[in-house]
Design a protein around this ligand. Structure first.
Ligand SMILES: *Cc1c(COP(=O)(O)O)cnc(C)c1O
Length: 369
């Protein structure tokens, strides 16, 4: 029996760090700094530096951070936000939470990211922001989208939930727009021991208001300036993330090693492999290949002990929850085709060369039949 290759292997990441993480959690618990507190404050400083940004604020999830990002821009009822249908649903949640309408534009076939060439046609007098995603760890075309945003005087929110440390023309993502949201969900490139997120911005006024919004709309306890939320990061998550952040660059290099190895070994298969735009340094959150016989290939991999996943099987404009937007099959054909053909192969820093070779062997075996 060949070795199984799990799609994700969180225990492998935890093992070498276990003692350090245990100690950080113990220190946090002993200090009883459970909600925000010094561990979160330290992590916020370190993460802002990591992103090359002025401010990073700890949130209880990436979804909350994106929600508050749109609140900072005063996006509200009746407004429209331009975004991508090919992403995790939470990108659109943020838009819906403020009462605005997600206005989808189709993606670029090569990078799966929102395609700048479709944006201008979607702009109306109600458009209040553009919110693209650095999907799978690959940055979107920042300059092209910023140029459109500037021309129409629209703010930009980066959904950077999958792209910690990704670079666009050598510069780390997260500080290109007015605000960015990051997620520390355990499976993300930087994962908490539970839920977590961050809002990143260079704008001091935005940082100040976000700090208040995440804590019941108050800066002085029991005095509430506006209706806020309990979106605070837990102290334990700050402690754990502080330990893990030190390893993030190493992990990213290991993800890049895996991606390059797949590219080498899968080059002579019928699979369409992921590419990197000339201006991009991807952090390879996912390694997404494409093939028209995706479903059969997925079954073949699973039958042979190789984990894989779909990101994402149904574009947002065809989800039941967004049926009221009135889209149909054919509304965004590039996204729909991507959803039919995409298949995510295992990629994580700890994936061994032997495991990579096993994945490749099973893929090649599929095409031999
Ligand atoms: C994970 C993710 C989110 C949401 O983050 P949570 O921390 O799970 O709330 C938002 N957008 C994208 C693209 C994501 O991958």
């Amino acid at each position: 029996m060949s070795e199984k290759v799990p799609y994700l292997d969180l225990p492998a990441q935890l093992r070498p760090l276990r003692k350090e993480i245990d100690a950080a959690i113990a220190r946090n618990i002993d200090a009883c700094s459970f909600c925000l507190g010094p561990d979160v404050a330290q992590f916020e400083k370190d993460f802002a530096t990591y992103c090359g940004a002025e401010h990073a604020l700890g949130f209880n999830s990436g979804t909350s951070a994106l929600h508050v990002a749109l609140m900072l821009l005063n996006v509200g009822h009746g407004d429209e936000v331009i975004t991508t249908p090919h992403t995790f649903v939470a990108t659109s949640w943020a838009i819906s939470y403020v009462g605005a309408k997600p206005v989808y534009v189709d993606i670029d076939d090569a990078t799966f990211n929102l395609d700048p060439k479709f944006i201008e046609k979607a702009i109306t007098p109600r458009t209040k922001a553009i919110m693209p995603v650095h999907l799978y760890g690959h940055p979107f075309d920042v300059d092209a989208i910023l140029a459109i945003a500037k021309k129409h005087n629209l703010p930009l929110v980066e959904d950077a939930c999958q792209a910690h440390g990704a670079k666009y023309k050598g510069k780390t993502v997260g500080a290109f727009g007015d605000a960015a949201g990051f997620s520390f969900y355990p499976g993300k490139n930087l994962g908490a021991a539970g839920e977590g997120g961050a809002l990143v911005t260079n704008n001091a006024a935005h940082a100040k208001r976000a700090r208040s919004l995440r804590e019941h709309g108050s800066t002085v306890r029991y005095y509430h300036d506006e209706i806020g939320f309990n979106y605070r990061m837990e102290g334990i998550q700050g402690a754990v993330l502080g330990v893990k952040l030190k390893h993030l660059n190493t992990w990213t290099r290991e993800r890049q090693r895996v991606a390059h190895r797949y590219a080498e070994l899968l080059a002579d298969t019928p699979l369409q492999l992921p590419t990197q735009a000339a201006w991009a340094e991807s952090v390879w959150h996912l390694y997404v290949v494409r093939h028209p016989k995706r479903d059969a290939l997925k079954k073949h991999l699973e039958d042979n002990g190789v984990g894989c996943a779909l990101h994402y099987p149904l574009p947002l404009h065809l989800q039941k929850c967004y049926a009221f937007l009135g889209h149909k099959e054919g509304s965004f054909p590039i996204s729909e085709k991507a959803a039919r053909e995409c298949l995510s192969l295992p990629i994580y820093p700890e994936l061994t060369d032997k495991q990579i070779q096993r994945v490749v062997e099973v893929v090649k075996d599929f095409f031999k039949k």
